[in-house]
Design a protein around this ligand. Structure first.
Ligand code: GDP
Length: 396
């Protein structure tokens, strides 16, 4: 399905840049337009792919292009007061060509954390297309202010979008990587999952696979409300000299070399596909949650057409119905020609059992209380420091 992508803040802009790279790499054509909004000039200049005319600087009168310094209330204020600047950039979007908006932001900072919910509210008021959010949660070691920002932004953002897709940096950061190197790697992981999902709904209906290809309406019907987490599992495949699928990914053991007859091959590809769907669901999700709490789901098998085994997808879909107890698990495939991977994307939407969100809220409430206490005691300490009685006269 065709998206208008808007990256808000530094993380938002960088992830949108990565989406553009991915769309180009897979020849997906799912991005109709890409815009980056920021209060920091340097962050906008650092982008590589978002067209220059689509980079919008807001809050210049207040912060002079220096950013809002993790103050998300200020981020929300300048997004509101400079909304005309953002709408001017949106005027260049061919609205009749798009199926949805996707607003991307890191929720722990200032500009994106405060601004993304404001923009979502405006988009909902003006346009009839669905507005989705992609929120990135800060790692737990980033500190109290980031947690507090994220909790408050989450609370607001989720109400302003049709669905909020969440990605938790905490689960995805790997030890030993530099912060920047870590983000580059994480951003690729984000985009591979979410990009494949939206690209799946953009396949021009081909010949032999047409009836099972995921349609944008299936994505829209899955992302109806609440929050969403996504799982993904893939295997590298190649065709050996007898034209039979074999595996390059020795670690997983799911795709061992096939040498049997047609029936055996059919059985194995069925098992492999349903195994990939289980692996995607039970492996690392973009936001860990109790899978059984999902309200709706969508299973997408992506890869070269000959490896997309319909029976396998159906088995996997049925298994997910049992796991979630939901009758709304959709399934389909996404034939790709530019990737030597076969993969399963599992979208779990309307999830409610999410320990990370509970924890985020608890820590944020504590941080808020502590901030208020510290502020109150700092004020009274300052008063007593300055209290010299009537002994000193002020200059004027
Ligand atoms: P803003 O520019 O004021 O909106 O703030 P940032 O986007 O710089 O930072 C907000 C949060 O986003 C940080 O606390 C990090 O958790 C996260 N973050 C920053 N840059 C990246 C990035 O490139 N990728 C990811 N996944 N997260 C990022």
């Amino acid at each position: 399905m065709k998206l208008a992508l808007i990256g808000f803040g530094q993380a938002g802009g960088k992830v949108v840049d990565e989406f553009l790279a991915f769309d180009e790499r897979i020849d997906g054509g799912f991005i109709e337009s890409a815009i980056a909004v920021n209060s920091a000039t340097a962050d906008l200049q650092g982008l590589e792919r978002v067209p220059r005319e689509n980079r919008v600087l807001i809050g210049e009168a207040r912060v002079k292009g220096h950013g809002v310094g993790a103050d998300n209330e200020l981020g929300a204020e300048i997004a509101e007061s400079d909304s005309d600047e953002i709408h001017r950039a949106l005027d260049s979007v061919s609205i009749h060509e798009i199926d949805a908006f996707l607003v991307v932001a890191g929720m722990g900072g200032g500009t994106g954390s405060g601004g993304a919910p404001v923009l979502a509210k405006h988009l909902q008021r003006i346009y009839t297309d669905p507005v989705y959010g992609l929120g990135i949660l800060p790692a737990t070691n980033e500190g109290g202010i980031y947690t507090l920002n994220a909790a408050r932004s989450f609370q607001t953002f989720v109400d302003e979008v049709d669905n909020l897709l969440l990605f938790d940096n905490d689960v995805w950061r790997s030890a030993g990587e530099s912060v920047q190197g870590g983000y580059d790697h994480i951003n690729r992981e984000i985009v591979e999952r979410i990009g494949l999902l939206f690209a799946a709904g953009e396949v021009t209906q081909g010949d032999h696979v047409a009836e099972s290809v995921v349609d944008s309406s299936e994505i829209i019907n899955t992302l109806t409300n609440g929050i969403t987490t996504i799982g993904y599992a893939s295997e590298t495949v190649e065709t050996n000299d007898r034209g039979v699928l074999s595996s390059l990914d020795a670690g997983s053991g799911l795709f061992s070399s096939l040498t049997g007859g047609e029936e055996e091959i059919e059985g194995s590809t069925t098992n492999r596909m349903s195994s990939l769907i289980r692996k995607a669901t039970l492996g690392r999700l973009t936001l860990p949650c109790d899978v059984s709490s999902a309200d709706r789901g969508l299973v997408v098998a992506a890869g070269p057409p000959r490896y997309l085994n319909r029976k396998g997808i159906e088995h996997g879909r049925q298994w997910l119905e049992e796991e979630t107890g939901s009758m709304e698990i959709r399934g389909g495939d996404f034939p790709t020609t530019t990737r030597d991977e076969v993969g399963a994307i599992v979208v779990l939407s309307g999830v409610t059992e999410v320990p990370r969100i509970d924890h985020l809220r608890e820590v944020a409430i504590e941080a808020q209380e502590r901030t208020e206490e510290v502020r109150a005691s700092a004020e009274s300490e300052f008063e007593s420091l300055m209290d010299t009685g009537d002994e000193l006269e002020e200059l004027f």
